[in-house]
Design a binder for this molecule. Structure first.
Ligand code: SAM
Ligand code: SF4
Length: 365
């Protein structure tokens, strides 16, 4: 089929096959990428509107019991100073987010499974709901946990949970993790979260060593079949002091551009396929291009997650090399972001939670 006809079919909502998605991820015909992004943008405008919602992200601890081969805060990274912010500091960040019109907050950390950690987060959730009068939506991104922990956090006020599957290919997943990190458990956690009433988000890293375009196309179909409410995916960026990053060596500009391009096309294809979900323009896009997040919005994303972690902790939460905004404080980020979004002709939904339209519709049906 002609590539432009294929894009039109995707815009109408026709189901694409894996081969067709793979083709759209790479096709180099003149005008095809622009047509793809324009179609995805129209679907975004129609399905979720031209409004960007903010989630202030607090990366509150780099303590992690896992050892993912790609991650800069993995357990066995040598010489990294470990921290956990005090509850008062986390609540202060939440108060700042609420007062500055961020409708939602994301709490992210390394993965810790313990009664102490469960209770710590439970108390935080109650505290956040209390200081914001229940206004702030709260997303947790705290990894794999048992059903009981998820239930306690939901009961304490958690609204959304983001757990990236990282790749939908079990064999690639196996190569990226030690043998006790299980794809099936991660997928099972997504099911637990869905059953537990959460707005569920997942996503992948894009441009991983050994990841084919067909595998990325399968990722889009995984998202469709998992029927998620939110998608948070972004380019993989090597970290020199990790097993995977050490192997890839110094990357040239062309490699970074290719990864950015794939990241943007994945957003567009996810929008064309899943339609009414929230899609985040990941910070990793900005690491590859200073305007990466805005490019993500133009390709179909509608969520931005500005980092509101106190600057003194950010150096110790470097998931990958060149993570942006290391020394920019939350207020700087807010102002520069507002200018950038308005330049695109979009508005920011200040003070709005921006729940996933798909989640709202599912609850009504
Ligand atoms: N520990 C929790 C988990 O793994 O779900 C949440 C925090 S973890 C740092 C959040 C996400 O960071 C992971 O799901 C992974 O996709 C991403 N990440 C880690 N290392 C990365 C890298 N080198 N490049 C891009 N993203 C990375
Ligand atoms: Fe820990 Fe998450 Fe990093 Fe894996 S990706 S090492 S679970 S923080």
């Amino acid at each position: 089929m002609d590539i432009f006809k294929l894009i039109e079919a995707a815009e109408r909502g026709e189901r694409l096959g894996r081969g067709e998605i793979a083709r759209l991820l790479t096709d180099g015909e003149a005008g095809a990428r622009e047509a793809l992004f324009a179609a995805a943008y129209r679907v975004k405008a129609a399905e979720v509107g031209r409004k960007v919602f903010l989630r202030g992200i607090v990366e509150f601890s780099n303590l992690c019991s896992k050892d993912c081969f790609y991650c800069g805060i993995r357990r066995s990274r040598p010489g990294l100073e470990r921290f956990r912010m005090e509850p008062g500091e986390i609540l202060a960040a939440a108060r700042w987010a609420d007062e500055n019109g961020y409708g939602s907050l994301v709490l992210q950390s390394g993965e810790v499974e313990s009664e102490e950690f469960t209770a710590f987060v439970e108390d935080l959730l109650r505290g956040i709901k209390e200081i914001s009068g229940g206004r702030l939506g709260v997303t947790l991104s705290l990894g794999e946990q048992g059903a009981e922990t998820y239930r306690r956090w939901f009961d304490a006020g958690g609204d959304r949970y983001l757990l990236r599957i990282e790749t939908s290919d079990p064999e690639l997943y196996r190569r990226l993790h030690p043998s006790d990190h299980r794809f099936d458990r991660r997928r099972g956690c997504l099911e637990l979260l869905r059953r537990g009433g959460w707005q569920v988000g997942t996503g992948m890293m894009i441009g991983l060593p050994g990841q084919s375009v067909e595998s990325l196309a399968a990722d889009v179909l995984f998202l469709r079949d998992a029927d998620v409410d939110m998608v948070g995916m972004g380019p993989y960026i090597p970290h020199r002091e990790t097993p995977l990053g050490a192997k890839s060596g110094e990357e040239d500009r062309a490699a970074r551009r290719r990864r950015l391009e794939l990241g943007l096309r994945m957003i567009a294809l996810t929008r064309l396929t899943l339609r009414d979900v929230n899609i985040a323009a990941a910070t990793a896009l900005q690491a590859l291009d200073p305007a990466g997040r805005e490019l993500g919005l133009a390709a179909g994303a509608n969520i931005i997650m500005p980092n509101i972690t106190p600057t003194r902790y950010r150096d110790a939460y470097q998931l990958y090399d060149g993570k942006p905004c290391l020394d920019e404080n939350a207020a700087d980020c807010r102002d520069c972001l507002q200018r950038r979004v308005e330049d695109l002709g979009e508005t920011i939904g200040f003070g709005e939670r921006g729940d996933s339209p798909r989640f709202r519709r599912r609850r009504l049906s």
